[in-house]
Write a protein that binds this ligand. Structure first.
Ligand code: PLP
Length: 393
């Protein structure tokens, strides 16, 4: 079975390119050119060089001794949190920034919710002399002031979006509007979402994660576990194992307050089929097709959809999807901090919850992708752990 994109831009019944006519020139240009550019030796040399010397790759695969004793399996963490700028997002922004230059573009536009993708984008634009314009909801700018400061220090212009709910989806709309009027700019999407070829392209750039896991282990792992928002760190972690059925692939969605509440981000469990941001996928929507705002304690998982590749992996049952609530993620995040001395991003803490939902054999090799570091979330953890009753360590 082919789990990658077909020549029409689809993953089974999902994907495609549902965009306004005005954008089709840009998107078709990308569809026609990106594969050959990223396969070229020139691209690969520069991409690999920046990943090694700027990002700090390969990221370690860390064996957790105490965690392994507690959960009775051989547990490893893939340390994407150690990358420059603190998450896996930079793997993709480096790739797309080089691609934009090869396409002759001088200005990058991007949207950001929590600011992580905005910071990773502003960082590579500084490195590669590209102009950078970041669209961010006004509400998010107030919630994430330190990331706004980081982007500005790096030389990016941050545009405050005041339409709609003043959050991520409004920032996306504004970025698309800008792109229509400035077709010479390059739209740098931060996850495996958007019209074809973005989902496949972002997965290609993130696939370095599973490429390294393969090299770092003698035998294939029995499990690979990743949290899932739009799906880029999961896609990168699964990529080179998709066709090996002996590897169990687990994706953990953010349930927010629970999948039976309306405060959730679990697009697989609570969603239905529809078009979001240019592709056919599963998303949270009401019976009239209006997008329901997502909720999660982790800003990076707070997205009402999921990439089309993952919708297909769910329908074809290649990946098992589970979900974790805000509270479960907080408990496991605090536990990792105390047991192994690593403060995980709240997003990544969702992946850890799988340890309490799956029964492993003691011989199982379990790899969990730690997508980001938790410095940004330290106030949330602190508030939570000061309420000791909740801490069931
Ligand atoms: C953005 C982000 C995510 C979610 O995005 P994916 O595209 O699903 O990987 C997860 N973890 C961290 C640390 C993030 O910054």
């Amino acid at each position: 079975m082919n789990f990658f994109v077909d020549k029409n831009g689809f993953y089974g019944e999902f994907g495609g390119s549902f965009i306004p006519e005005m954008l089709s020139h840009n998107v078709i240009e990308l569809q026609n050119k990106y594969k050959n550019i990223i396969k070229s030796e020139k691209f690969q040399n520069l991409y690999r060089n920046i990943l090694k010397n700027f990002v700090g790759r390969p990221s370690p695969l860390f064996f957790c001794k105490k965690y392994s004793e507690k959960y009775k399996a051989k547990i490893y963490l893939k340390r994407e949190d150690l990358n420059h700028t603190g998450s896996h997002k930079i793997n993709n922004t480096v790739g797309q920034a080089i691609l934009a230059k090869e396409l002759g573009k001088k200005k990058i536009i991007a949207e950001t919710g929590a600011g992580q993708h905005g910071v990773a984008t502003a960082t590579v634009c500084a490195l590669m002399d590209l102009k950078c314009l970041i669209f961010m909801g006004e509400k998010d700018m107030h919630r994430q002031t330190s990331n706004v400061t980081r982007m500005k220090s790096l030389g990016a212009k941050v545009v405050s979006v005041t339409s709609g709910e003043k959050t991520l989806k409004d920032a996306v709309n504004e970025a698309i509007r800008y792109w229509i009027n400035h077709p010479n700019s390059y739209y740098l999407i931060g996850s495996t979402v958007g019209p074809h070829p973005y989902p496949q392209m972002v997965a290609d750039f993130q696939s370095v994660i599973s490429e390294e896991i393969k090299n770092q282990l003698k035998n294939n792992p029995n499990y690979i576990i990743a949290c899932i928002g739009g799906g880029s760190n999961a896609a990168g972690s699964f990529y080179h194992f998709l066709n090996d059925k002996s590897v169990n692939l687990i994706a953990v969605e953010a349930a927010g307050l629970g999948v039976r509440t309306n405060k959730t981000s679990a697009s697989i469990f609570c969603g239905s089929k529809g078009v979001l941001h240019g592709s056919m996928t599963l998303l949270l929507q009401d019976k009239d097709g209006q997008v329901i705002p997502a909720h999660s304690i982790s800003p990076g998982l707070d997205y009402p959809g999921i990439g089309p590749m993952h919708s297909n992996l769910f329908v074809k049952k290649r990946v098992r999807f589970i979900h974790a609530t805000d509270n479960e993620a907080l408990i496991l995040g605090c536990e990792l901090t105390r047991l192994e001395g690593i403060i995980p991003a709240l997003e990544s803490a969702h992946a850890l919850v799988a340890l309490r939902k799956i029964v492993f054999k003691t011989s199982d090799i379990v790899v969990i992708t730690l997508s980001g570091r938790g410095d940004k979330d330290i106030d949330v953890y602190e508030k939570f752990s000061s309420n000791k009753k909740l801490l069931n360590l």
